[in-house]
Design a protein around this ligand. Structure first.
Ligand code: UTP
Length: 295
């Protein structure tokens, strides 16, 4: 039995890097091969034992609700037409009764502010946070890997990844006290530091397991980097109390909040699909010459 039963999915961001698509399509509904980003996130949470899914959403994101709702007319038609395979493709979108809760973040005041909306629903237990635009391709789900290690360590845990120093100022960064295997103990965390001031090159990626103490820290904080209420700052405020560990997951992370990361993920996930890979590989190979960069 997992000790992490609840996960928060902050999906209230504006997704400006994906305009114009995100003018009417929530970023989390953008499709990687044949399923939206949110499906990958929910699958990863289920794989880690999560039973309650809390979406912190915003105006204009109704497609996310519809996606996990029953599509009665569609299902009746598929049934009548004997399209059992198409019907089975909907299985992953079904939620157990009461398993999905939607909250509203009235203004996009930052990731910390989005997570704070879930306080009452979380109650007194540790919980996960998953950012659906960070897609992680791995044998064992990244959150499941974290849950296993968190069971021993407790406190706050953040997923980490080593990135080139030239990229570090895009991330929350760990100040590392000590490292053992995939686990590093943090002395502190800093959001989007200047490259020359970053305490390490260990970047925080969008998977967290948090102690409920995070809500008190979020209440006490003011705006941080970019004028937003930063989750990183709240975690940092707990280093000397509940403790913070970084966990370098086994897997490949794609930043699907950026167009570059998204197109790379599309190729990686398509090449991993038995039903697509041979034709797609042939297409890529055939096109390799014309893909040379034009100066
Ligand atoms: P991003 O930093 O990617 O921001 O948010 P964004 O608005 O989604 O996208 P851009 O930068 O404008 O292209 C990281 C995660 O935090 C959530 C987002 O939905 C995303 O999952 N978020 C961010 C919120 O839920 N609320 C916020 O106020 C900010």
């Amino acid at each position: 039995m997992t000790h992490i039963r609840k996960a928060v999915f902050p999906v209230a961001g504006m997704g400006t890097r994906f305009l114009p698509a995100t003018k009417s399509v929530p970023k989390e509904m953008i499709t990687l091969v044949d399923r939206p980003l949110i499906q990958y996130a929910v699958d990863e949470a289920r794989d880690a034992g999560v039973e309650e899914f809390i979406f912190v959403s915003a105006a204009g994101k109704g497609a996310l609700e519809d996606y996990f709702d029953t599509a009665a007319a569609l299902e009746t038609r598929l049934q009548a037409a004997g399209k059992t395979e198409a019907l089975a493709a909907l299985d992953c979108t079904r939620m157990a009764e009461g398993a999905l809760t939607l909250l509203r973040q009235s203004q996009p005041l930052g990731l910390g502010h989005a997570v704070r909306q879930a306080r009452k629903l979380i109650g007194d237990e540790a919980f996960a946070v998953i950012l659906p635009d960070d897609v992680i391709k791995s044998e064992k789900g990244a959150l499941a890997q974290m849950v296993e290690v968190h069971r021993e360590l407790g406190g706050h845990m953040v997923a980490t990844m080593d990135v080139p120093r030239s990229d570090i100022s895009k991330y929350g960064v760990l100040d590392v006290a000590s490292e053992q295997g995939r686990v590093s103990r943090a002395l502190g965390l800093i959001e989007k530091p200047r490259a020359d001031l970053a305490p390490s090159t260990k970047a925080v990626i969008g998977r967290y397991i948090l102690d409920r103490s995070i809500f008190d820290q979020l209440d006490n904080l003011g705006p941080g980097a970019g004028g937003e209420l930063q989750l990183t700052d709240a975690i940092n405020a707990d280093v000397s109390t509940v403790g913070v560990h970084g966990f370098t997951f086994d897997g490949q992370r794609f930043d699907c909040g950026s167009v570059q990361g998204y197109v790379q993920a599309t190729t990686a996930f398509a090449m991993d699909r038995a039903d697509l890979q041979s034709e797609y590989a042939a297409f890529l190979n055939e096109k390799r010459q014309p893909f040379r960069l034009v100066a």
